[in-house]
Design a protein. Structure first.
Lengths: 369, 504
């Protein structure tokens, strides 16, 4: 199987996300239908889904979806040994797949529900940071093993193929969740690799992304100062780490983060009232290296929240739609209309203006506690 | 002693164009032209010509051609005419050879071995004629992160911020002292900075009192080893303070302004007696180590109520990365790295031509080192020394600089032709002289106009290059080496620059 080359990965893509803000779970049929509608946005070299509210029976445990390249038995053994040494494994099983699906050379997928067993220096780490550290170890140190998702009560399913093929392979329509995000990939310079498909995930944060970041070098080198090393050479990785740094570690809300990643022009800032001017100027001054330049759209999700954002001059637009508690985000309006013809509202936000879906508090308790 | 030197230039006069008007006699401060006894003809002594081209530009009849003297010694790739001439000069004078401007030696120019990227298909280029393209740059220390408190509709920044400077283009004017250059040249730099929204550095010669109110806010005032002109008002009237440790043209040595150039006004500005040599020591005698630098940085911050960023300027030398890291930790807000091509009004030729390293390498090494140590955001980096065009600016920023200083390029805009005779004080263009008759040749208003034009032209070109790369804000270029590719470079050179080779 061919792995990505050691250079930057260019891609264009189709994105879709849907959330039930009441926390009601629904199956994957709708999201697969929407992705089929945007078939031509991908080229069959990558598709994937993230599902939140996926494993209510194990919601207190981190769920690791692990991909074993080439069904490498040594890798599987090593992962088992490593996880056993660092976690309590509450349950583990092969992720069921459909052998008749139209995919080539699928790797082995295994899921582990685990609880951290911190020892020594690691005791100082929070559970989340501990999990990140161990996931990074597996991804970089154990040959042929990759953790493709690592959050609680959620999971990522992805691979090489059109999204509908990947859906068939993982039998996605059987799963239920209250947020679904999906991705169809059109890479221009890699032959496609199961690990390179989206969504990209750390803990319960997932990112699906479309675009090419012209500020890649600047962003990547800034993130390195905070301990993030971009090993996959994809723009999406930069996006994911930027969100992790700003939202999880620095605890900034998306409303602020949007103005860091896709800030307004100076011309607009200069005409704001003094208070806003100071805020926006300071954000741009301090976080200049995290301005994400070039054309992009992202849909980011974590428990309780899903949002979409485009670049500052909207070179890759996103369309949002609402129907009751359902919030849709999509690369194309047609994909939303295909699954929900009678929308209450549909709109295309301005560049840098986030569309945010938040679950109501009661419902959030239901999913995460 | 009979001089054995060959002439440097030869002057040719097109006789049927020349009407013996005498402009050349007036314009040439070097004594090349003189009237004959009965004022019927103009005599030419081309052995005195330095090639400044003043007479050529001002000859109303276009009758003059000044070109390098073509007579030479037996061709020799090792004992070149330059080498032979230098030996003869020293044999005749027994002293250090002095020169002006940056090194003219044919060392490899790394800027010319780096190519830029542009968008095609997968990423749209952005058209600067139709879309905003932002060059605004902040210089100074940035916090690790912002803490923001949100209460109902009110958002407040809790993090304490350090003073930063704002420039509307990432191009500033490098330190060139009043004394080395004329008041008119100095004024032109100040006026242009104010008009364009950038800054100029005063160099080590102080800031004349009559300029402080109007141009202090666009001045970076220097505090060099001679401490010329440093007083509390000087420090407090400025936008920032620069501690000059070294200069790319002469790393490791101080400055020397000959007494003849120390006129009454310069004496008042520098606070030294009229007519005395202004010698700045090689080191600061209160800085023999990094902790001493830190004390000076904080002394200056105390003196200015922590309201002004403190710059530290060093020459690019072998261990520049480690030195820069120490400077950041010592509390500097901005580091200026001056490459070995950096200009000067006067330097021993041997220092200018043999000491230091290229600015491209220095910037790449410093930027990388500060990132590895996680302190890159704690300071801004200004690349200085040999920035010739807007492409050099873009390449320097992509290698890791926040902004650049231009000195030589600014003087060329004012009229300089790089004749390298700045140390003589006889600059025919009125730039590097204190002779009132020569200095008045430079009209500060017109000079400022030329400088503003240059800044505008380069800024427009930078916008074009950025747009081509699909970038619409200069901060997205900073340290973005993905947009650079080397050509004709060896593996180690690519490694130091942190860039890939073309086609990779």
């Amino acid at each position: 199987m061919i792995k990505p080359r050691d250079d930057k990965d260019f891609q264009a893509c189709g994105l879709f996300g849907v959330m039930d803000r009441s926390g009601e779970r629904f199956n994957g049929k709708m999201v697969v239908e929407a992705m089929k509608n945007m078939h031509v946005r991908g080229n069959g070299l990558g598709g994937g889904f993230a599902v939140y509210g996926l494993y209510p029976e194990y919601k207190d445990y981190y769920c690791l979806h692990v991909m074993i390249q080439d069904w490498n038995e040594d890798a599987k053994r090593e992962v088992d040994k490593f996880l056993d040494a660092n976690f309590d494994i509450v349950h583990d099983e092969e992720i069921p797949t459909n052998e008749d699906a139209n995919v080539v050379n699928p790797p082995l997928f295994w899921r582990y529900f685990v609880y951290p067993q911190k020892k020594g220096d690691d005791k100082r780490l929070s559970d989340d940071d501990y999990v990140i550290k161990k996931v990074m170890y597996i991804n970089t140190k154990i040959k042929d093993a990759y953790v493709i998702s690592s959050g609680k009560n959620m999971g990522v399913f992805k691979g090489v193929g059109f999204p509908e093929d990947i859906a068939e392979f993982f039998m996605i329509e059987k799963y239920k969740g209250y947020i679904w995000t999906a991705h169809s990939r059109f890479p221009t310079n890699t032959p496609g690799w199961w690990g390179g498909a989206h969504p990209f995930c750390i803990l319960d944060w997932t990112v699906v992304h479309n675009g090419e970041i012209s500020s890649y070098g600047t962003n990547k080198r800034y993130l390195e100062m905070f301990g993030y090393y971009c090993t996959l050479q994809t723009d999406t990785e930069v996006m994911a780490y930027a969100f992790d740094l700003l939202m999880r570690r620095q605890k900034l809300p998306i409303e602020i983060v949007a103005k860091i990643l896709a800030p307004p022009m100076w011309d607009i800032i200069d005409h704001m009232d003094e208070k806003r001017k100071k805020l926006y100027t300071t954000l741009r001054m301090v976080y200049a290296p995290l301005l994400i330049n070039g054309p992009w759209t992202v849909i980011v999700a974590h428990h309780g929240e899903m949002f979409g954002l485009t670049d500052r001059i909207r070179l890759r637009p996103i369309t949002a739609g609402e129907k009751g508690d359902l919030l849709f985000l999509s690369s194309e309006e047609s994909a939303i209309r295909a699954v929900c013809p009678n929308l209450d509202r549909v709109w295309t936000p301005h560049g840098g203006e986030p569309v945010i879906g938040r679950i109501n508090e009661k419902a959030l308790k239901k999913v995460v506690e | 002693m009979k001089s054995h030197l060959l002439p440097d230039f030869i002057v040719e006069r097109i006789e049927d164009r020349c009407n013996r008007c005498g402009v050349c006699v007036k314009q040439c401060p070097w004594g090349v032209y003189s009237w004959n006894d009965d004022k019927t003809d103009i005599l030419i002594d081309y052995t005195k010509c330095v090639g400044c081209q003043r007479c050529v530009v001002y000859c109303p009849n276009n009758a003059l051609i000044v070109k390098p003297y073509y007579g030479s010694y037996r061709p020799n790739a090792y004992w070149t005419k330059d080498i032979i001439s230098d030996i003869k000069k020293q044999a005749e004078q027994g002293g250090v050879l002095l020169v002006g401007t940056g090194s003219d030696r044919p060392y490899k120019v790394y800027f010319d071995h780096i190519l830029l990227n542009a968008s095609q298909v997968t990423n749209p280029s952005i058209d600067p004629l139709r879309e905003p393209m932002e060059l605004r740059t902040f210089l100074g220390r940035k916090p690790d992160q912002l803490e923001i408190e949100i209460r109902d509709d009110d958002i407040e920044i809790k993090t304490e911020l350090y003073p930063n400077l704002v420039v509307e283009t990432p191009i500033l004017f490098a330190g060139m002292s009043y004394g080395a250059i004329s008041k008119n040249a100095f004024l032109a730099l100040a006026m242009a900075s104010k008009e364009f929204g950038t800054l100029f550095c005063t160099g080590e010669g102080g800031l004349p009192k009559d300029m402080r109110e109007e141009y202090g806010p666009v001045a970076i005032v220097q505090c060099a080893s001679g401490r010329f002109g440093v007083d509390p008002e000087y420090l407090n009237c400025a936008a920032a303070i620069e501690i000059k440790i070294g200069q790319g043209a002469k790393p490791g040595i101080g400055g020397h302004l000959p007494g003849e150039k120390v006129t009454a006004e310069i004496s008042a500005t520098r606070m030294i007696p009229e007519g005395t040599d202004a010698l700045s020591p090689a080191p600061h005698h209160d800085i023999y180590s990094i902790e001493d630098l830190s004390m000076l940085i904080y002394a200056l911050k105390e003196a200015t109520n922590y309201e002004k960023p403190v710059f530290v300027k060093i020459a690019a030398v072998h261990n520049v990365a480690a030195i820069a890291s120490g400077i950041v930790r010592a509390g500097a807000d901005v580091i200026v790295i001056d490459g070995f091509r950096g200009g000067t009004g006067a330097s021993p030729k041997v220092m200018r031509d043999h000491v230091g390293i290229p600015i491209e390498m220095a910037i790449a090494a410093v930027d990388q080192r500060l990132r590895e140590e996680g302190i890159r955001h704690k300071c801004s980096i200004i690349a200085s020394g040999g920035i010739r065009c807007s492409a050099d600016v873009v390449k320097a920023i992509a290698l890791g600089a926040d902004a650049v200083y231009i000195g030589t390029a600014a003087l060329i805009a004012l009229g300089c032709t790089m004749c390298q005779k700045c140390y003589t004080g006889k600059c025919a263009w009125g730039i590097c002289t204190q002779d009132p008759n020569l200095a008045k040749r430079l009209n500060p208003k017109e000079g400022a106009k030329r400088l503003v034009n240059l800044l505008r032209a380069w800024s427009l070109e930078i916008k074009d290059m950025l747009g081509g790369m699909g970038i619409n804000a200069i901060e997205s270029l900073r340290g973005n080496r993905e947009h650079l590719r080397g050509i004709g470079l060896e593996e180690w050179e690519l490694r130091v620059l942190g860039i890939k080779g073309a086609g990779e």
